[in-house]
Ligand binder design. Structure first.
Ligand code: NAP
Length: 435
């Protein structure tokens, strides 16, 4: 028997478990450990609440989770309840699928001001992550600045702009829905340090901005490269840029019929955040691109008003004591996922925060091949029975997948009309649903 521990129950974790089942069949036992009592990581806490169809992939993970040789071990914190070193002694292979839940920090003066939030915190707040339930962002001002030109920036701008009815069928948590509907947002400005041809926004998601009930996007025509240059772009990017061209063509009169403006400020790099205790503005330096398409400042600066700033500039994996870490890239030091024989990483913990949910699938399958290569059979380790002993000695009772199904039922039972669930937003509430 081969014993595998996977730390993290998001897409990377479940694809790895699926791959282990396919490769080793009955000859493997997999424990998926998560510090939260609820599974699926990014699917529950990262994917936007109004993108329910993307969350459907959890049904595939559930199939894996319900099989005999895969266990969910929730509400167990690696580092506090059990160490990676202990897990390495207990299991033949330990796979870190911990994702990249921490914000990359924007290292400019004023970034510490009240009213400046990283996207992990802001997204966590509207998605009901227990760490960010109490964020209470101040939405009383009119100007929101969203830093970054990626899909997370798009999610944040869209969520800030939607009407209550546009959240129908979503699982946005009640506290966020309520706060957003009484917000005073009039302008959401995207700051992109490069240009329209360098955005990291995918076309389907970008196109949604053009169909919002109460918000309209604006792109300055002068920021767009000449149209012929689009032919050199790869097809997805060309479609995204076509959306930007459509936004640039919206007549001002039509745009102003909607109360919220979503403004694209390209070639604009934030240099400082202004305010007396609380954010009041962002000072931006105009940029230009060099031959390698990197941005550099032109020296021209200006300040835009900001009552709230959300930085959406990428994420990093939290280091784990004793595990080699690449600080510059914010992920574990690894070679194709192998940290050292017996210890591996997958998904964002391996690659950094890029790609789609599906990108994690080949990652998981590749790791299982490496596990097999490093030890072609189990090494007589004890596996799950030994983990149970460690946890029992600490008085820790893990949450099982069957428990999660009860939490899930309780969340569905208290959902708003038309919503799939009303999430519990604290660990105590989640555990409380089991009593
Ligand atoms: P991302 O795609 O890497 O975008 C980060 C953005 O931040 C880029 O525009 C980047 O500009 C900018 N940036 C980085 N450092 C900056 C700085 N110091 N100052 C100003 N701008 C800075 O990251 P993400 O948006 O967090 O998304 C992470 C991954 O999740 C991506 O693969 C994304 O596609 C995926 N995702 C997908 C969806 C979906 O609905 N399909 C939703 C959310 C996330 P440069 O290009 O100049 O570096």
């Amino acid at each position: 028997m081969r014993h595998i521990a996977i730390i993290g129950s998001g897409p990377a974790g479940y694809y790895t478990a699926e791959a282990a089942q396919k490769k080793f069949g009955e000859d493997v036992q997999v424990d998926i450990i998560d510090r939260l009592p609820v599974p699926f990581g990014l699917i529950r806490f990262g994917v936007a609440p109004d993108h329910q169809s993307i969350k459907g992939v959890a049904r595939r993970y559930e199939k894996v989770a319900l099989s005999e040789n895969v266990r969910f071990v929730g509400n167990v914190s690696v580092g506090d309840d059990v160490t990676v070193t202990q897990l390495q002694e207990i299991y033949d292979a330990v796979v870190l699928a911990t994702g990249a839940p921490n914000d990359r920090m924007l290292d400019i003066p004023g970034a510490e001001l009240s009213g400046v939030h990283g996207s992990a915190a802001f997204v966590g707040w509207y998605n009901g992550h227990p760490d960010f339930t109490d964020l209470a962002p101040d939405l009383s001002g009119e100007h929101v600045v969203v830093i970054g030109n990626g899909n997370v920036a798009l999610d944040v701008a869209r969520i800030l702009s939607k009407t209550e009815s546009e959240f129908g069928g979503s699982d946005i948590v009640g506290h966020a829905l309520e706060a957003l509907q009484t917000a005073n947002t009039k302008t959401v400005t995207f700051l992109g340090r490069r240009g329209p041809h360098q955005i990291a926004m995918t076309p389907k998601e970008l196109g949604e901005l053009g169909r919002l009930e109460r918000a309209s996007p604006r792109v300055a025509p002068g920021d767009l490269p000449e149209e012929g240059a689009d032919a050199l772009l790869e097809p997805g990017m060309r479609k995204s840029v076509t959306h930007l061209r459509d936004f640039a063509a919206i007549p001002d009169g039509v745009r102003s019929e909607k109360p919220i403006l979503i403004d694209f400020d390209f070639f604009a790099s934030p240099v400082s955040i202004e305010g007396d205790g609380k954010v009041e503005g962002v000072t931006v330096e105009r940029t230009e691109l060099d031959d390698d398409l990197r941005s550099s400042g032109t020296g021209e600066t200006y300040t835009i008003p900001a009552s709230l700033v959300v930085t959406c500039i990428g994420y990093q994996t939290p280091p784990i004591e004793g595990v080699p870490y690449e600080h510059g890239r914010g992920r574990f030091a690894n070679d194709e996922g192998r940290i050292l024989p017996g210890l591996y990483c997958v998904g964002w913990a391996r690659r950094g925060p890029s790609g789609t949910i599906g990108t994690n699938r080949p990652d998981g399958y590749g790791i299982v091949d490496l596990i097999d290569e490093d030890a072609s059979s189990g090494q007589g380790k004890e596996g799950r029975a030994a983990l149970d002993n460690v946890l029992e000695a600490r008085g820790k009772e893990p949450v099982r997948f069957s428990d999660w199904k009860r939490i899930e039922e309780a969340e569905a039972a208290r959902a708003r009309d038309g919503a799939p669930r009303e999430k519990f937003t604290s660990i105590e509430e989640m555990i409380g649903a089991l009593s």
